[in-house]
Design a binder for this molecule. Structure first.
Ligand code: SF4
Length: 375
């Protein structure tokens, strides 16, 4: 068996043993051979957080939005998307009907996206409408959410946002209604609203485990932003204490974290930004600078490797000394990719992600609304 640090091994039941029993160089070489045979019919995309071996097979890499846009612009018949479920849904929504979006490991989900469930979101919406006597509320969903929630947002006059455009989208949403309903990531919502000058008293956190979200009618009425209590299990592990320690250990180090980190962590860092913003900031920094980065470890390791050599000479390490992988994203092992590609080369499609047409139409509206507002 390949050395895969044990992560996601349970997903191998999807793939015949002959694939994962092969040594990694053989597996990768076979993937490249099949990829060549499939030619322009195939496009492989990999999110920044993908493990190195899978990442090496991709035609393009990037964040979820960039990859969905690449998929939308592509003419390829098959889009093999090494990411998590909601990303492949977005690719299916934004591509033509005759294009097929495929997730190599079907168990690759996003724990944060799973924290927002349609029934709970609808219950919350109805409760707030009742308490506020139907005051206008604009829903904004982070792109890390199911297609059904993107469709819900479109039906209620809202849009999607990403970590790169959350400030722009919230500015628009605040101009449209009395309050904003932001889900599923409480931290991105809170950090963005705080940077826009929204005071704490006007932010309410809806606790899914409590009746009426654990909020009084008064708390709801005085809120300008209602935050769902979802979070990213990877980014929530970075802390202000780790920032204090790294500054003590590495004089002159600059700290940059993702806005899915807690408010305390974002406040303690020198900068915060999306994965693309992190990459750009560190790439553009002066040679010889030192960085501690609070985001997924695979991306940080690749940056460290790329920018260590001349002429950059930058020192980069992950902020949390304990391994911080996105364990679900990690499930897209090259064995899965090889199995999918072999199937395609024989005309057999496996692991297609297909969003129901009406949901896709509405979700597309919410995604396109975001793209227009981000221009
Ligand atoms: S890093 Fe967090 S938000 Fe991103 S896909 Fe993984 S669990 Fe979801």
């Amino acid at each position: 068996m390949n050395d895969w640090n044990g992560a996601g091994l349970e997903t191998f039941h999807e793939v015949p043993p002959k694939y994962y029993q092969k040594p990694m160089p053989t597996l990768l070489a076979e993937c490249r051979e099949t990829k060549k045979k499939l030619g322009d019919d195939l496009l492989i995309l990999a999110h920044h957080y993908q493990q190195d071996d899978t990442y090496s097979l991709a035609d393009h890499s990037g964040d979820s939005l960039k990859l969905a846009q690449i998929a939308a612009d592509s003419k390829a018949k098959y889009i093999v998307f090494c990411g998590v479920h909601f990303m492949v849904e977005s690719a299916d929504i934004l591509t033509r009907d005759d294009q097929i979006a495929i997730l190599p490991a079907l168990t690759a989900g996003c724990s944060m996206a799973d924290m927002a469930d349609m029934d709970q979101i609808e219950d919350c919406w109805e409760h707030v409408m009742e308490v506020t006597e139907n005051e206008t509320m604009i829903p904004v969903t982070y792109i890390n959410s199911a297609a059904s929630l993107k469709a819900f947002v479109a039906k209620k006059g809202g849009v999607v946002c990403t970590s790169s455009n959350s400030a722009k989208i919230l500015t628009w949403a605040f101009s449209k209604g009395k309050r904003v309903f932001f889900f599923p990531d409480q931290h991105l919502g809170r950090n963005t609203a705080k940077a826009m000058g929204i005071p704490k008293e006007q932010m309410a956190l809806w606790d899914r485990a409590k009746d009426d979200g654990g909020l009084s009618a008064q708390q709801i009425r005085q809120s300008k932003i209602l935050l769902w209590d979802g979070y990213c299990s990877v980014h929530q592990r970075f802390s202000a204490e780790q920032i204090r320690q790294v500054r003590q250990r590495i004089p002159g180090v600059q700290v940059m974290v993702h806005p899915e980190c807690t408010e305390e962590t974002v406040d303690a860092a020198d900068f915060s930004g999306s994965t693309s913003a992190i990459l750009n900031k560190v790439r553009e920094a002066k040679p010889g600078t030192k960085w501690a980065i609070g985001t997924e470890i695979n991306m940080v390791h690749r940056m460290a490797k790329e920018l260590k050599a001349a002429p950059h000479h930058k020192y980069i390490e992950v902020l949390n000394p304990n391994v911080c992988i996105c364990s679900t994203m990690y499930r897209n092992h090259p064995a899965h990719v090889a199995y999918i590609l072999d199937g395609l080369s024989q005309g057999k499609v496996m692991n297609q992600i297909l969003v129901e047409p009406e949901t896709a139409r509405l979700a597309r509206q919410a995604l396109q609304g975001m793209l227009e507002l981000s221009r």
